[in-house]
Design a protein around this ligand. Structure first.
Ligand code: SF4
Length: 302
């Protein structure tokens, strides 16, 4: 039986495919975009998180994990969460030793059956709403064998399947798993290879090739563009992406205005947040941007 590192299973989601859905978030992502709102999804392994407001600076974590690196914030010396796997013996000893629950572990190894059991709990809601289960991340497709086994098991139970993906995986993997999905929500971050390389760790050729294939071959693909200030929020950016979509045969795109709701999570992981101070975007800020798509015959919506 396959297993993967799961960092969240979110029930009653209404924004991740049709109907009421359970979203299974898998850890591990090759892109590490600066605006990522789930930084805990980037590393593949379970990770420790440290909450400054809860830490009393007692040092019990350092005593429990003597080989761990030391970090210091506001005069509090504590274990540096970046240096240890969250599920290692040392990390778990530190979590247990912390008297104020300032240390927690995000992500745990789960088998297909464990995840399936949780998904099945809400089967009546899927049936009533036309919903199902969505795989997300991170990049869920970095766990291809797990995805394949889970998707087959869901279909065996008559459950509708969907994925949120950046399509930054080998083409053979992408196409094999696409065949097991009822819906695909695929990121189109940009069509400019240089911008993609500078702002993410992504290769344009791979992502665009997979998305182009999906639009041509899969019955239900929705391209989605996170609109990020300084990366792809210009009118010329919109024009380039709209033309690419039209050329690929797409008829619609969902625009996801930038938000900084994930910023607080960076502090928990002792990671820098590259978009600190960047203002959130709202749909009313993007009317001209959206019009570019409409002019190219692409139904753009929020
Ligand atoms: S044991 Fe907990 S409260 Fe004490 S220093 Fe470590 S993280 Fe802070």
């Amino acid at each position: 039986m396959q297993s993967a590192t799961v960092f969240n299973i979110q029930k009653f989601s209404l924004n991740d495919g049709p109907g009421i859905r359970t979203v299974v978030f898998l850890k591990g992502c090759p892109l590490r975009c600066a605006w990522c709102s789930n930084p805990e999804s980037q590393q593949r392994a379970p990770q420790l998180e440290w909450k400054e407001s809860a830490c009393v600076g007692c040092g019990a974590c350092l005593a429990a994990a003597p080989n761990a690196n030391v970090a210091e914030h506001a005069g509090k010396r504590h274990l540096d969460v970046r240096g240890l796997r969250g599920d290692s013996d040392e990390a778990q000893a530190a979590v247990r030793a912390c008297p104020s629950h300032a240390l927690t572990c995000t992500g745990a190894t789960k088998t297909v059956n464990e995840v399936l059991r949780v998904c099945l709990q809400d089967q009546p809601f899927y049936e009533d709403s036309g919903g199902g289960v969505t795989l997300s991340g991170g990049e869920a497709l970095t766990w291809p064998a797990f995805c394949e086994e889970l998707l087959c098991a869901l279909h065996d139970q008559g459950i509708d399947t969907c994925i949120e993906t950046e399509a930054h995986v080998p083409t053979e993997t992408f196409q094999r798993i696409a065949a097991l999905l009822d819906h695909m929500l695929v990121d189109l971050k940009h069509v400019d290879a240089t911008k993609l390389r500078v702002h993410t760790a992504g290769q344009a050729e791979l992502m665009l090739g997979n998305l182009r294939w999906a639009i041509a071959n899969h019955p239900d693909v929705l391209p989605r563009t996170p609109v990020i200030p300084g990366f792809n929020d210009g009118i010329e950016d919109a024009r380039a992406m709209a033309r690419w979509l039209r050329g690929a045969g797409a008829t619609r795109v969902q625009l996801l205005p930038f938000h900084n709701y994930g910023e607080g999570k960076y502090a928990l992981l002792n990671m820098p947040y590259g978009l600190h101070g960047t203002k959130n975007l709202h749909s009313e800020d993007l009317e001209e941007y959206r019009q570019i798509y409409l002019d190219e015959g692409i139904e753009a919506f929020f």
